[in-house]
Design a protein around this ligand. Sequence first.
Ligand SMILES: Cc1cc2nc3c(=O)[nH]c(=O)nc-3n(C[C@H](O)[C@H](O)[C@H](O)COP(=O)(O)OP(=O)(O)OC[C@H]3O[C@@H](n4cnc5c(N)ncnc54)[C@H](O)[C@@H]3O)c2cc1C
Length: 460
Amino acid sequence: MADGAGNNFDIVILGGGSGGYACALRAVQLGKTVALVEKSKLGGTCLHWGCIPTKALLHTAEVADMSRESETFGIKSTFEGIDMAKVNSYKDGVVDRLYKGLQGLIKSGGITVVEGEGKLVDAKTVEVGGERYTGTNVVLATGSVSRTLGLEIGGRVVTSTEALTMTEVPEKVVIIGGSVIGVEFASVWKSFGADVTIIEGLPTLVPLEDPTLSKGLERAFRKRKINFKTGVKFDSVKQTDDGVTVTLENGDTIETDLVLVAVGRGPNSAGMGFEEAGITVDRGWVPTNERLATNVDGVFAVGDLVPGLQLAHRGFAHGIFVAEEIAGLNPQVVVDSGIPRVTYCEPEIASVGITEPQAREKYGDDNVETIEYNLGGNGKSQILATAGTVKLVREKDGPIVGVHMIGARFGEQVGEASLMVNWEAYPEDVAQFIHAHPTQNEALGEAALALAGKPLHSHA
Ligand SMILES: Cc1cc2nc3c(=O)[nH]c(=O)nc-3n(C[C@H](O)[C@H](O)[C@H](O)COP(=O)(O)OP(=O)(O)OC[C@H]3O[C@@H](n4cnc5c(N)ncnc54)[C@H](O)[C@@H]3O)c2cc1C
């Protein structure tokens, strides 16, 4: 075992985000020596510019909506506006506390943190500021960056990173991209009082989700007066002194104060010496086999850098997997379709497994059964005054292969959904388990009851 002396380690990890730091923590638990190279902040995108700050903003948005709608529940209060300085200090406070906690974990784990920008000089060696760190194994975990479709970012044209540090609520905003990041910011800004328009090139919002969820979100956004144009691409974006003009391919123009470019994220690997070290790179991504090994022996890749779902918990799972693989524990592979996905707009979307169209393609039209349980029948959803659906997709006479949910706070229900799909549960199995009343979790039990042929509170 390399003892870390003379900069020789069992594992050198390039990038200290979700994938990289999870790998480091698990590897030291398994007795490995680890160098973790990070050029910016441990915790990476998720902690500093992604999951955590956006969800803090979404929580403030929920509070704003509650104060506006409190009358519905018999509470007298008035909504007087958004104090962005306080919103930002609350958000930053959450991030800071988690950041301190993470730094403590990394330190107490005995991980050698190398601060600075790293570059591979060969398949076993990372150079940082002129110093070389050699690993018996190297893990690439450099993550992803916002795609911009050639648009110049600056001034009134921003990506999610700049959008997280805004000091004012824009009056009007156009969001290019109606997928996860786009609809989350749309939800926040609408709750903060902005006039929001989403432009999505594909035919629906959240186009990668089951069509039932896309339709449900569009219905909910219409009700919230969030504007969206689907099936149309933008053509150009022009900044003037006092605004931005967005021109669409169909010739329409929209005048706005701010444009958020939320068209997905691409790999972060340029100029890091991967190809020179013999590692196959495909349009910036680092392809791996299912055991997350690259084409070069002893070099692994994890997280957003590996083509597939871009989620922090996928990064954690990848990191843990690779540490255990290197330690010879033969861990179970991480399969993307088994990873739960949550979009935290209002209403929330949560899903796991395959969609109905994917199931029809996989099993054939006659071999798929679905049920859509309407939250109109769920007591807790009625108490929260939310509408929505829980949809189960099963292989005919077989297990549940997809769970798709929409409704306020439904992200919290994805745990059981994940167990259903990953344990290949039959609706009849789930129907036997008692779900507490009144909870939104009951909706999953009710959907399973209905799919097992014995519906209880099912409304058409
Ligand atoms: C706005 C937004 C919201 C999101 N919300 C969610 C969410 O709610 N839930 C969820 O699961 N996911 C969410 N994500 C996605 C999530 O952030 C990513 O999937 C996750 O961060 C990927 O982890 P990673 O380790 O692969 O990469 P990253 O977290 O990007 O980490 C890579 C790290 O490598 C470092 N690095 C890069 N190059 C070098 C170099 N040459 N030398 C040294 N260090 C280097 C970077 O500084 C960075 O810290 C969100 C993303 C965004 C942008």
